[in-house]
Design a binder for this molecule. Structure first.
Ligand code: FAD
Ligand code: UDP
Length: 385
């Protein structure tokens, strides 16, 4: 079979995984990234002074139900056991998240058993007149009721998304469970863990192949694609088209870094549920590596705001206005030959790491089959709405 030459735009998980799969089949792969490091937003780096492994673009916890993806990541990193246990500060107290029996009993000053708490929330707190919650606010009112909503979700969500929860879809809150037991694991997937030496080392392992060349500090421009058989583009979808129809909206994050001598907050992530505290959460990075010992600590206060043209895009907003524009860009993308739009920016979706890897593996498989049959290598993965 004739071997191809492929260009990956972006050395994050999407570009790395697709590139590796193609290289494994003997194709020549160039991966470029405008940043000065690999790993995309999953990038981790040890702080030179304290030795703490820092999640540079915000906290990343690996969790999945996909055994194939779990096997894949374990080929490139040793995963250490890690359970994400999040706390939240509200009304002068610290509570456990996601909302569980401890949260409910502490908040209402009670000692209810599971069935009592369930009856209490559904009969005395939840607004059962809302049959089919559409907005974030309705979803919260329907499942936990006004008091818990106002303490833990309303202020946090206004800060995180910059709009009122009544303007956001219910799906955002549906990501979080409500539990009537003392299980405080933030995620409910079968596999959960943290790569022993960070995500960047894991991604370096994926990229370590003789047919892969990585070029950092290199901004993609469309003419570069002419030298390759096909481009896999994990940059922003609207950016590929020079923002000709306007910009898709994103939230960006500002991290205010500070150090502390000792243990600052006793856990990795402390949320702040109230609107008057300007940041959404504080991350204390050394707690992501509980198997390591560090005297000093590195913390990030995290602030969310609308992304401007020069900011890093983090969370796609995906409200009505953005979805209309997205539909137009998707039409342009469909007409674009020899380019596949991939990953969280290329498809304008919030994607967890495991979903990113699964899609990358599926895209590579599709592309390789198409190549071997002499067909077009262009699957399109954006479920628009
Ligand atoms: P990215 O990581 O964004 O990589 C894209 C790369 O393309 C970047 O390196 C960028 O520099 C490069 N690029 C873009 N445009 C160009 C261009 N024109 N030229 C050259 N290079 C370009 N997932 C989880 O599973 N668990 C978590 O706990 C979790 N926490 C998260 C927390 C935050 C704050 C955020 C925002 C995301 C989180 N995620 C988490 C999701 C995770 O970050 C993504 O799944 C992952 O980063 C997607 O990888 P990607 O390669 O598609 O995109
Ligand atoms: N959320 C909240 N309070 C919290 C944690 C989460 O109101 O303490 C809301 C917030 O709107 C967030 C959504 O629930 O976007 C989903 O939570 P998740 O932890 O999945 O947030 P993300 O990964 O989007 O940061």
């Amino acid at each position: 079979m004739i071997k191809g030459r492929f260009l990956m735009v972006g050395a994050g998980l999407s570009g790395a995984v697709i590139g590796r799969e193609l290289a494994e089949q003997g194709h020549e792969v160039t991966i470029l990234d405008s940043r000065n490091h690999i790993g995309g937003n999953c990038h981790t780096a040890r702080d030179a002074e304290t030795g703490v492994m820092v999640h540079v673009y915000g906290p990343h916890i690996f969790h999945t139900d996909d055994e194939g993806v779990w096997d894949y990541v374990n080929r490139y990193a040793r995963f250490m056991p890690y359970k994400n246990r999040v706390k939240t500060t509200s009304q002068g107290q610290v509570f456990s998240l996601p909302v569980n029996l401890h949260t409910i009993n502490q908040f209402f000053g009670r000692t209810m058993r599971p069935d009592e708490a369930h009856a209490f929330i559904t009969e005395e707190q939840a607004d059962t007149s809302i049959a089919d919650p559409q907005s974030f606010e309705e979803q919260a009112m329907r499942f936990v009721g006004r008091e818990l909503y106002e303490a833990f979700f309303k202020g946090y969500t206004i800060k995180q998304w910059g709009c009122h929860p009544s303007e956001l879809p219910a799906s955002i809150l549906k990501r979080l469970p409500v539990r009537f037991n003392y299980d405080d694991n933030y995620f409910f997937h079968r596999f959960q863990g943290m790569p022993e030496n960070g995500y960047t080392e894991m991604i370096a392992g994926i990229l370590d192949h003789p047919l892969i060349t990585v070029k950092l500090n290199t901004l993609f421009d469309r003419s570069m694609g002419d030298d390759y058989d096909h481009v896999f583009y994990s940059g922003p979808l609207d950016g590929y088209f020079g923002y000709e129809l306007g910009r898709l909206g994103y939230r960006t994050l500002d991290f205010e870094r500070f150090t502390y001598d000792g243990d600052y907050q006793g856990c990795a992530v402390m949320n702040y549920g109230e609107e008057h505290v300007p940041y959404t959460r504080i991350t204390e990075h050394k707690h992501f590596s509980p198997w390591e010992t560090h005297e000093s600590s590195i913390c990030y206060r995290e602030f969310s705001r609308a992304a401007g043209p020069d900011d890093i895009p983090y969370y796609p907003i995906r409200q009505v206005k953005e979805k209309e524009l997205l539909r137009e860009y998707v039409e342009l993308a469909r007409k674009t030959r020899k380019v596949t739009f991939v990953g969280r920016l290329g498809t304008y979706r919030y994607l967890d790491m495991d979903v990113t890897i699964r899609e990358a593996l599926d895209i590579a498989e599709f592309a390789l089959t198409a190549w071997s049959e002499g067909k077009e290598m262009q699957p399109f993965f954006v479920p628009v709405l």
